[in-house]
Design a protein around this ligand. Structure first.
Ligand SMILES: Nc1ncnc2c1ncn2[C@@H]1O[C@H](COP(=O)(O)OP(=O)(O)OP(=O)(O)O)[C@@H](O)[C@H]1O
Ligand SMILES: [Mg+2]
Length: 212
């Protein structure tokens, strides 16, 4: 079953054509890895799928429904996004993980925070730290945990392993695979070939604003 269907996405930024008709069909529970040269449009493609950059043309269907027929909040609840170098939102790590959930009228208890932190390879004691007290790689894993807390159907992750050592990177990639076995659909941008090997996923390449 196709969960996310992006058709011929065209994005212009600062007068430049950055996406020139990028398309991708993502099945439920599927992991897709996108690689490609720096500046080829990978992050822009994920941002377009996350509705964070306006489309000049093209269409995005979620579960067969044109996203324009959906409330933006409903789409964003279903489609999680973790930016390249995602910042913390403020306060402690526990506050950070709860942010999106509170907006959705849900709660996350201490055990829930600890479980999410453990999934991304961080000790429960990280819950009380602030963003300034984290390394770049720790912050990137908090951002991933924050997205997972919302239990999306689709997760878009931009270079999640870039700031991580090989062990932590493998742990994050294995986590994405485990979540996919549980039904989550994942698009991962990474240009590390070994990480695509760990993911054991369908591989696509972003080239000149198109996905091939
Ligand atoms: N706001 C903007 N205005 C103009 N051009 C932009 C803007 N944002 C990005 N670009 C350009 O769009 C192109 C694609 O950028 P994007 O960030 O999607 O690349 P990328 O494939 O993710 O690269 P990297 O691997 O370095 O992260 C680049 O040439 C970039 O310079
Ligand atoms: Mg990028």
């Amino acid at each position: 079953m196709v969960l996310l269907d992006a058709r011929d996405l065209v994005v212009r930024l600062g007068g430049r054509l950055v996406l020139e008709g990028a398309s991708l069909m993502l099945e439920a529970g599927e992991v897709v890895g996108i690689s490609g040269a720096s500046g080829s449009g990978k992050s822009t493609f994920l941002r377009a799928l996350a509705l964070l950059t306006p489309l000049a043309s093209g269409a995005i269907f979620l579960d067969g429904v044109d996203h324009e027929q959906l409330e933006p909040t409903a789409y964003r609840r279903a489609v999680g996004y973790v930016a390249q170098n995602a910042p913390m939102l403020g306060g402690t790590v526990a506050n950070d993980l709860e942010t999106g959930l509170v907006l959705a009228g849900k709660q996350l208890d201490r055990a829930g925070v600890a479980r999410l932190l453990d999934e991304v390879g961080l000790a429960a004691s990280f819950a009380n730290r602030t963003g300034a007290e984290l390394s770049v790689g720790e912050r990137s894993r908090v951002a991933l945990a924050r997205a997972l807390a919302l239990e999306p159907s689709v997760l878009l992750v931009d270079e999640p392993t870039a700031p991580l050592d090989p062990t932590s990177a493998t742990r994050v990639l294995e986590l994405l695979k485990t979540r996919a076995r549980g039904g989550l659909s994942v698009i991962v941008v990474t240009h590390v070939e070994a990480h695509l090997d760990v993911l054991d996923c369908r591989r696509l390449v972003c080239e000149s604003g198109r996905i091939r």
